[in-house]
Every structure is written in C-alpha cells, then in structure tokens.
Design a protein around this ligand. Structure first.
Ligand code: PLP
Length: 356
C-alpha cells in the first residue's frame, strides 16, 4: 500500500475528483478521430460514420431511432425540450436538476420562454406524488403555463439511479394526461451499468420520447447525441439544431467518437469502471468514523460530509473536488472511466490521515 506521506507525490490527474468532465478521452476514441481524418467525407452528418452510429444506437435500443449529434449536453437538453413543449408550456423537473440549475437558462431560451417548474423528491429523484399533482396543475387554464413535458435525469445529479419500477411509474404519470417525456442521460451509461437493465427498458419502453445520450463524461471528447424515439420529431429537431449552430460541418469527427464509444461496449465498460471506483470510495469511507456518507453512490458520484480539517488538508494536498457548495462541510467526489483504484486508495488514506 502506498504511503502518501513518504511516497512520491501522486500526479495531479490522480487527485482530480471534481468532475467526470475533467477526465481525458478513451484512447479508442482518440484513435477513431485520427482514422476519420484521412480523406474526404460528406459534410453535415451525411457521412457514413454518422449513419453507422445511427445503426448502432438502433441495435442498442432495439428499435429504429434517429439521432442528432451535438457538442454539449446542455444543447442536447435544450433542443430536446424545445421540440417537446410550446413556449407557453412548462417543463416539470427536479429542483436539483442540471436543466434547472446549471444551464444558464438555455432551456427557457431554446423553448422561447417555456417555464421550468421544479419539483421535490429524495436523492434528486422526482417524487411520484408531486408529479401526479403537477401534470394536471392548471392544465387548460390560459392564465397559467400548460404542463407539457417532464424531464428527469438518469443517473441523477447526486449519483442516484431511478429503478426500472420508478421509471415505469413516472412514465405512466407523464403519459396518462398526454405529456411528453425527456430524459437527461448525461450519465445514462452509468445508470445502465448500475441497473443491468436494457437501454430499451430504461427509455422508450417507459415512455421516453427523447434521450440526451451523454458521452463526454464517459470517454468521448466533444460528442453527445439526442436519441429520437418519437421519429415524428426528427425533422423539427434538424432545423432547431442548425438554427442553434449545432450542425457541425465535419460531423464525421463527432460521429467517429460516438462510433468508437459504442463499439465493443466501450460505453458500458467505461461506466462500469467509473461506478466501481465510486463504490470502492464509498466502501472505504464507510469505515472512517469521522466521515458521514450522504446518500448512496449508485453511479459515479459520492456525497459526504467531511470535518473541516479534512477538506482543508485534502485541498492543500492538491485534490480537486467541490465542497461547501450545498451545505457547509458537504463535499462531492466524482469518479470516471479514467480513475484508478490506486488513486481511490490514496484518497482514502489521505482522508484518514487528515481525520487524525
Ligand atoms: C446531469 C447533467 N446534464 C447535462 C449536463 C450538460 O453537459 P454540458 O456541460 O456538456 O453542457 C451535465 C454536465 O455536467 C450534467 O451533469
């Protein structure tokens, strides 16, 4: 076992727990981009690699899907929501959701003014009873916004995961009055890896119309996709993506990343590893009495409460992680496909050392 008080300093990369966005890219994905660079290809998504990605996603989701490849998760979310709600509609979401807190009003902007209505629920998951009330709240009343779309995040912003039963329940609440259903899958791979359920069961079979299929946090460089289950939305999404500056001329480079991501289950292998690293951290932290675990890390995010001297000590050691953002003492550790078991063991040892 390494002893961080005497061993050579751990490289900074191994002390990065701030975000999976800080991780690099899988070598297979970098190689695929290099391969895609030789020779010409049709632009704007009419290349063969993009067609191949659509084929792979159709296999993975067990039905013909369309896709729009975009460069950020926020674009995937905002474009999807814009296609699912009129400007006078409301987007029902969790109060801790990324669309509600971290997208600078992009959903409101892209929807031309639809209103986000935040709902509660434990572990960043939408509470079924609150949703049941909200889907009918003032429906048809011109003085209010019209409940139009429900957006949930899978895996959630706190690292929890909706079970299949929970998704089916929420899906039926969404669909019964005829609302639309969006899933922010910035960490969808982590949810699939955690649950072992099929991607189809976790999405369209539960009523999801559009999925923001995240990839950048899990191994790609700059590529995310909107997976379109309701293909009547495809043409509109195409216009919206172009208008938003999200139709890349050299789409093949985005597509090459996704193609490699979906080949030989790289997306699931990466996510399984990231989840396992968070579980390793969780198991280690459980044995440290000075640390309180907050919620369960079902995917790759772990929240806990650390004594002040531990947080300060780790920061002084060069660790990066978010802290004191939610409540004093609360910290968030995020693992990724690039996190090594050694880096988790070193972190645990340093927590123990600072806890005294
Ligand atoms: C849950 C969730 N959704 C969407 C996004 C948006 O991704 P991007 O930063 O690529 O716009 C993030 C990014 O951290 C996220 O955590």
């Amino acid at each position: 076992m390494s002893n961080s008080t005497t061993a050579a300093p751990t490289p900074a990369a191994a002390r990065t727990f701030s975000s999976d966005n800080a991780a690099g890219a899988s070598p297979e994905i970098v190689d695929a981009v290099v391969r895609a660079a030789s020779g010409p290809a049709s632009p704007y998504g009419s290349d063969g690699i993009t067609a191949g990605v659509r084929g792979k996603l159709s296999e993975i989701f067990e039905r013909d899907v369309d896709l729009l490849i975009v460069s950020t998760g926020s674009a995937a979310n905002a474009l999807s929501l814009a296609a699912l709600t009129p400007p006078w509609g409301s987007v029902l979401c969790h109060r801790d959701s990324h669309i509600n807190n971290d997208e600078c009003g992009a959903p409101e902007f892209y929807t031309a003014g639809a209103k986000l209505v935040p709902l509660g629920g434990d572990d960043a998951k939408i509470d079924a009873d609150e949703l049941r009330a909200a889907v009918r709240n003032k429906a048809g009343d011109v003085h209010s916004v019209e409940p139009s779309v429900v957006s949930l995040t899978q895996a959630t912003e706190t690292g929890s995961v909706y079970s299949l039963d929970e998704l089916r329940t929420l899906g039926s609440i969404v669909k019964e009055p005829g609302l639309r259903f969006h899933m922010d899958g910035a960490r969808f791979a982590g949810a699939v890896a955690a649950l072992g359920a099929s991607p189809a069961e976790l999405t369209w079979k539960a009523g999801v119309d559009l999925l923001s299929f995240g990839a950048t946090k899990n191994g790609t460089m700059t590529a995310e996709a909107i997976v379109v289950f309701d293909r009547s939305l495809t043409a509109e999404l195409g216009f919206r993506a172009k208008r938003a500056g999200q139709l890349a001329s050299k789409m093949r480079f985005h597509a090459a990343q996704l193609d490699a991501y979906l080949t030989d289950d790289l997306w699931l292998r990466n996510a399984t590893h990231a989840n396992a690293m968070a579980a390793r951290l969780q198991d280690g932290v459980k044995a440290i009495p000075e640390v309180d675990l907050l919620g369960a890390a079902e995917a790759n995010i772990l929240f806990c409460r650390l004594p002040q001297q531990v947080t300060e000590g780790l920061l002084a050691d060069g660790y990066t992680f978010y802290h004191d953002r939610w409540e004093p003492g609360v910290v968030r550790f995020v693992t990724s496909f690039a996190t090594t078991p050694q880096s988790i063991d070193d972190l645990l040892q340093d927590i123990r050392r600072h806890a005294g």
